[in-house]
Write a protein that binds this ligand. Sequence first.
Ligand code: ADP
Length: 364
Amino acid sequence: MPIQDNEQGATNQLKKIRSALRALRDAVILLNDDDGLEWWNQAAQDLLSLQTSDKGRCIFDFIQVPEFIKYYQEATTLNVDANANANTNTDIDESVHIVSWQDPNRYLKCELTPFGDEKLLIIYDVTRLQHLEAMRRDFVANVSHELRTPLTVLMGYLENFSDQPDMPAHWRRGFELMTQQTARMNRVVNDLLLLSRIEIEETHAFNDIDMTKLLTNVYDDAQAYNQEYKHTIHLHIDTYDGLYGSEMYLNSALSNLVINAIKYTPKGGNISISWTKTAEGCRFAVEDNGIGIAPKHLSRLTERFYRVDSGRSRATGGTGLGLAIVKHVLYQHEASLQIESVEGVGSTFSAVFPNDYVRSATIN
Ligand code: ADP
């Protein structure tokens, strides 16, 4: 094929790609190595009120939202590091959600893809999705709240009736089952309400937390729960460093991890709880030698109501919401949950808190 035909073909292809990008409803912006605007489509022009003369101007002249600037700088720096050392497992956030600087009721998702010295920025309007998400949150919170009062009445009467010494024997079993099931429903409702509260109050009453005290509480509660399991539980506190966060929610989350270790370990097992300092911050870990979890379940464990074995979870009084609560609380503290597990051998659940949330112990 003659060279001119090849060139003509490539030019036509390029034209088609440009027209497609121009027609996209999402804003697409091509940035140079100085973070200056190189090319943009119609949606980006409308969103940022761009003019032809803006070519070459820095993206931060147009988007001054702090979350966006932080995300952009991290994504570009981490990309440079990752290129320098291809074996490094760098954790780059895929996108950032921001509130539009022009309209507080509009939500945007920004996704930056560095390639070579240039970057491709795509901005999606996710307002509808955010509204749907808010509707889901409100619905769950309202239903849970509405169920609370009838449940309290039911539980009260069931307890009264069950205490009657002259209750016919053939009714007793039925009352026992009703009491068990209403207690279970009550636990589910309480966990759903807790989850809703955590989702709504994003940085709920954050304070400096004495982790030695908090972990001692978690350990004491675990020992009380351990009565029937008779595991050996050890608590290792290797640092007096504390955290900045929500004491109430962290207590709930870390207790959930410890109670799970107790529940999913056959009687007489070994459980080790630890609090240690690492280069990135501080790590809370619970290690058990229990039933373990097959790899295929690991990525889904923090979904609401996801259980490996529903029968076992229910038999131990589980609601299937414990790890969802853990995930949300850790998210609030910018911490990550790591799960290592081998079926039949045991599991280690760790919460890794970044240095920004660690409060160094002061020695008086
Ligand atoms: P549940 O109330 O069912 O315990 P969670 O959300 O706390 O709900 O946990 C979800 C599932 O993860 C559990 O049903 C169980 O299958 C599994 N799991 C959690 N912790 C452990 C553990 N330490 N060992 C084995 N399996 C676990």
